[in-house]
Write a protein that binds this ligand. Structure first.
Ligand SMILES: [Zn+2]
Ligand SMILES: [Zn+2]
Ligand SMILES: [Zn+2]
Length: 762
């Protein structure tokens, strides 16, 4: 019996070798018809042939699909009429856009066959930095329009040569219909310039760049999603120079290491970490420095770990070819509070003062995308930043959203998120949305996400903070499109994100971070909330003790102010301590005296329940960190210190009906200085908070009759807090949840907002 069938396939099916796969399969089964890409990122297939062959095709379609393809849904319609096709063809793409929710894949690291060809002197792409195939290469960052065809990407400026064209048209070839195919003859070219843009003659610009790095120069290196700033990891001079000109006194630099073996020479790598490092996504993974750590301490000062990634393009591999260096600094090239630099002109203008040379290539970047950053807790992955390699691939949810929504996130470390049915599309890392540059990046990224997914949001969600740039942007968007706007409290967004990521109906969530605007307008950040998936409301069940934020924003910058306020509140006479440490304040004794005056009269002081600020204060009391020069610095350094300590104090949490006291903690820590090792005090502080928050959460969960307890917010990236809380909570038979697919920090807020808007009954 003959059959005519039309299939519409959605998911990640463009840019992953899907049409060539369909073609080969159809030919193999003796079927006629066609396959083509659609303008909505889906694929359409028409099959003609006998029933048995069609059914066998359908089976293989699911079971043998290309490794990077993700099939979400197949609509199958049987057509009437006579057969019309004599053979099977890949048709030109259609512009049809009636189905939503498909998306093109993220950028994918160079695959093994391409890497082998890069090293094979007999291969026409021997030592060609931009070697790619249907299984690897940039995707998200090169696409300008859908469908995913070469003319819609930034490869359109590089017409295929005869050789590449032949491979492109050969069904048996790995580059059959590979849109990024290129070779030294027809493809993008790499070149070196001085920091002023003057060409530097070099036969082999990439190896020459490697040599310049080895010699102690600082380079800007253009990659897939933007520029990296690169330097030596062992020479002090360039590192010091970089720290001064990049205004990064202490902020850790990510590094790229030539291979896994090389990374093992200075860091400890577990199985899960190894899997992440070598995955096609190639994120930066935070690794514990080993006892044989031999890179400069300036790479990641005063931290126990270091952000490491493996090369993910041919260019990266080649940088290491002729130098002894095991690793180079490879940090995102972005001026403070601005997005990563992606255009050549822009790079010369913005980075010229920082670097000595540029390693450019002449392929444009359509969309900027920073590297992803992860760490591992036990055997669980934790996203510190979900970007290259992951965005825009959707996170699949267990429930379906009631409506398509968009969340614009908060202020720091921001992302945006489009939610459709059971899929959440979180944008690449946007950064701190505080100025015009990041605001416009945010707008572009969100619009692009809408276009890629063919979604039309029916509701806009944003933070509760009235003055956040993203809140204002959301209002504009909602007004322009006549859509309802939902404002979601920051910690509620964190809690909802965790709940929906795990497909739960309700959760009691311990939500800890640095700052979020509370429903009462106060500064929140150590909250125990209860929320359900069908309601836009939440309950604030408990929180940390409110502590003075002496000097507002200055207090988060100089945690000695926090410590002074908290110690004074705890009944400690802080005068002497403050004067002794006044050199850590920008105005020294004068400022210390002003602080003491303010402490006495207590006027004009705002308060916060932030967990981050308590950790900051402990770090200052212990002398671990007196100034926050980057987000999360004190807490990170305190964790690093604590990791070599033990719970020497074993403090019993002081709980009230809805608060965990932190004054008691500060007082005891202060009183133990000099008697107990600093590492043990640092660990004891973590243990106090973890146990106190866990006990409070368990008590509240019992009152609410809830079995699910979660831990979310930026502090959930803290290994000690997460592990201890898990231990206490699981010991009582309750279920404990943390994020695995969504960032626990503020990169997950847009997702939380989108799900509150999408899942709630209004
Ligand atoms: Zn490849
Ligand atoms: Zn070519
Ligand atoms: Zn947060």
């Amino acid at each position: 019996m003959q059959l005519r069938v039309k299939l519409s396939i959605t998911g990640i099916v463009q840019g992953v070798g899907f049409r060539p796969f369909i073609y080969r399969l159809a030919v193999q089964k003796g079927l006629s018809g066609y396959v083509r890409n659609r303008g909505d990122a889906g694929v359409e297939v028409l099959l003609e042939g006998d029933v048995k062959s069609v059914e066998s095709f359908m089976l293989d379609l699911i079971q043998k699909k290309p490794p990077l393809a993700q099939i979400d849904h197949i609509t199958r319609a049987e057509l009437s009429g006579e057969n019309q096709y004599a053979n099977f063809t890949i048709y030109k793409s259609s512009e049809e856009t009636e189905i939503s929710g498909s998306v093109i894949p993220p950028d994918i690291a160079i695959c093994d066959p391409c890497l082998r060809e890069l090293r094979d002197p007999k291969d026409p792409r021997f030592e060609y930095f931009f070697i790619t195939c249907t299984d690897c290469g940039p995707r998200f960052t090169i696409i300008e329009r859908l469908p995913y065809d070469r003319e819609n990407t930034t490869m359109s400026e590089f017409p295929l040569c005869g050789f590449c064209q032949k491979e492109y048209e050969d069904p048996a070839n790995r580059r059959f219909h590979a849109q990024t195919v290129a070779c030294p003859t027809c493809g993008p070219k790499a070149y070196l310039t001085t920091n002023g843009g003057e060409p530097v003659q070099a036969k082999d610009p990439i190896r020459e760049a490697g040599r310049l790095l080895y010699e102690g120069n600082i380079l800007a290196v253009k990659g897939y999603g933007g520029f990296h700033i690169a330097s030596s990891t062992t020479e002090e001079k360039p590192l010091l120079r970089l720290r001064t000109t990049k205004h990064r006194r202490e902020k850790p630099f990510a590094i790229m290491v030539r291979g896994l073996d090389a990374a093992e020479s200075f860091a400890e790598i577990g199985l899960k970490e190894q899997q992440l490092l070598t995955s096609p996504q190639r994120p930066i993974v935070l690794l514990k420095k080993s006892s044989s750590y031999n890179l400069s301490p300036l790479v990641a000062p005063n931290l126990h770990n270091i952000g490491v990634m493996l090369p993910y393009t041919g260019l990266h591999y080649m940088l290491f070819d002729r130098v002894p260096d095991v690793a180079f600094v490879m940090t995102s090239a972005n001026p403070p509070n601005q997005p990563i630099v992606k255009d050549n002109e822009e790079a010369l203008k913005i980075l010229g003062g920082t670097v000595d040379y540029f390693l450019f290539h002449n392929r444009k970047i359509a969309h900027r995308c920073d590297d992803s950053v992860m760490r591992v807790h036990g055997d669980r992955q934790v996203f510190l930043r979900r970007s290259r390699g992951y965005a825009p691939a959707p996170i699949r949810l267990k429930q379906k959203s009631q409506r398509c929504t968009v969340g614009l996130g908060g202020e720091l470390n921001n992302t945006s998120c489009v939610l459709l049915d059971d899929k959440a599309f979180i944008s690449q890392h946007i950064g701190d949305v505080e100025n015009v540059e990041t605001r416009s990046f945010m707008q572009q990224a969100t619009a692009h996400l809408h276009r890629l997914t063919n979604c039309h949001a029916q509701m806009v969600a944003c933070d509760l903070h009235p003055k956040f740039t993203t809140s204002l942007l959301a209002k504009e968007m909602a007004e322009a499109d006549g859509l309802p706007l939902v404002q979601v409290q920051h910690h509620h967004a964190h809690a909802a994100a965790l709940m929906v990521e795990h497909g739960l109906d309700e959760i009691v969530a311990v939500t800890c971070d640095g700052y979020g605007y509370g429903s009462d307008g106060e500064a929140w950040g150590g909250e125990i909330l209860f929320c359900t998936s069908d309601s836009a409301q939440f309950l604030r069940l408990a929180h940390l003790e409110a502590q003075p934020l002496l000097g507002g924003d200055l207090a988060s910058r100089y945690p000695i102010r926090l410590a002074a306020g908290m110690l004074q509140k705890a009944g400690v006479n802080v005068g002497r301590w403050l004067m002794q440490n006044s050199s850590h304040l920008p105005h020294g004794e004068l400022e210390a005296n002003l602080i003491l005056n303010q402490l006495e009269n207590g006027k004009g002081t705002v308060h916060t329940t932030s967990c981050g600020r308590v950790l900051d204060a402990v770090a200052a009391v212990l002398g671990v960190c007196f100034e926050r020069t980057y987000e999360g610095e004190s807490a990170m350094k305190l964790e690093s210190t604590a990791l070599s300590g033990k719970n020497a104090l074993n403090l019993k949490p002081v709980l009230h009906s809805d608060t965990l006291e932190t004054s008691a903690l500060l007082r005891t820590i202060f009183g133990s200085i000099g008697k107990v090792p600093t590492e043990d005090l640092a660990y004891s502080a973590h243990a106090y908070l973890a146990r106190g928050l866990a006990e409070l959460a368990m008590q509240k969960a019992q009152e609410q009759g809830v079995k699910n307890i979660g831990f979310t917010g930026g502090a959930a990236c803290n290994q000690i807090l997460a592990a201890l809380m898990r231990k206490y909570i699981e010991a009582t038979g309750l279920r404990f949840f943390v994020h695995e697919a969504v960032p626990a920090g503020d990169g997950g807020v847009s997702f939380g907002q989108a799900v509150v808007a999408g899942f709630s009954d209004f």
